[in-house]
Design a protein around this ligand. Structure first.
Ligand code: HEC
Ligand code: HEC
Length: 237
């Protein structure tokens, strides 16, 4: 089956199920209740002590594994994550699946609404409250990837090389390592790994992020679309 066909079936699916996948903004008051589950192992107040897990005050928008005086697992230390709305939500959905080898012995929060509430609550645990970044939705990401990237990239396994490389399995990999593609020296020497932050920055403005890249793509302004495409790319493994 042609990829475009698969895409149209998938995007039909997301049209049909779109109503369910829209991410409702969370309620911080409800989130505070959910956070009781976390408080068994984490303090949530400013300068709180390290318990079984690290203090989580003001954790959003911070790199993982950086709370002084806490001994993390190697998995967390080497994760390269930044705790934004998407990574935080992915982590608390299934901690051990999202960060393989983490020592956070918590099964995860199954209900999307509770995760949204929790995120809203964590967003209040800050010195300077800011609006949370958008949470990515993989189904919407298929649509956005078709619209913004498909002229130059295929996404399915073994997909054709167009003007840009096939992007299946690129998440978590080093940049410029997909076989059968002739990259720019700029990207080959970038030393980048395609994690959340790097992918988001690249999509936002390739030229600015990797000077000399041959990706003739002006960049995608919508943070929501970038988060959605990122969520989609993460499923391609
Ligand atoms: C059973 C104990 C336990 C529970 C319950 C728990 N955690 Fe954790 N958490 C940990 C441990 C231990 C770590 C350190 C993980 C590592 O180093 O791999 C951690 C790490 C984290 C981190 C990474 C912090 C950093 O500095 O990078 C976040 C974010 C987090 N937990 C969020 C939560 C949230 C939100 C909840 C509640 C929904 C929760 N945790 C429930 C034990 C727990
Ligand atoms: C006009 C064509 C074009 C468009 C549109 C485009 N790209 Fe690219 N992309 C490229 C080219 C060409 C490269 C190779 C860049 C280089 O070697 O410097 C590239 C490289 C990449 C890479 C690095 C792959 C690797 O193997 O390291 C990623 C990731 C990527 N693009 C994602 C995207 C996403 C996501 C979109 C849509 C939001 C997009 N691109 C839109 C042409 C494009």
């Amino acid at each position: 089956m042609k990829f475009t066909k698969i895409l149209s079936i998938l995007s039909l699916g997301s049209l049909l199920f779109g109503a369910h996948s829209v991410m409702a903004a969370g309620d911080p008051t409800a989130g505070k209740k959910v956070a009781k589950k976390c408080a068994i192992c984490h303090t949530l107040t400013k300068d709180g002590i390290q318990k079984l897990g690290p203090n989580l005050y003001d954790i959003l928008d911070k790199p993982a594994g950086k709370i002084a005086g806490y001994k993390y697992s190697d998995a967390m230390l080497n994760s390269g994550l930044i705790w934004n709305a998407t990574t935080f939500t992915d982590f608390i959905t299934k901690p051990k699946k999202f960060v393989k080898g983490t020592k956070m012995g918590f099964r995860g929060i199954r209900k999307a609404s509770q995760r949204a509430d929790l995120l809203a609550y964590f967003n209040t645990l800050r010195d300077t409250p800011v609006a949370a970044g958008p949470v990515g939705n993989a189904k919407n990401g298929i649509k956005s990837a078709t619209r913004y990237c498909a002229d130059c990239h295929t996404f399915e396994k073994g997909g054709k090389v167009l003007y840009g490389p096939n992007l299946f399995g690129s998440y978590g990999q080093r940049a410029a390592t997909i076989k059968g593609y002739s990259y720019s020296a700029a990207l080959m020497n970038s030393g980048l790994v395609w994690n959340d932050v790097n992918l988001d920055s690249f999509m936002a403005n390739p030229e600015q992020f990797v000077k000399g890249t041959i990706a003739r793509f002006p960049g995608l302004n919508s943070a929501q679309s970038r988060a959605d495409i990122l969520a989609y790319i993460k499923t391609l493994k």
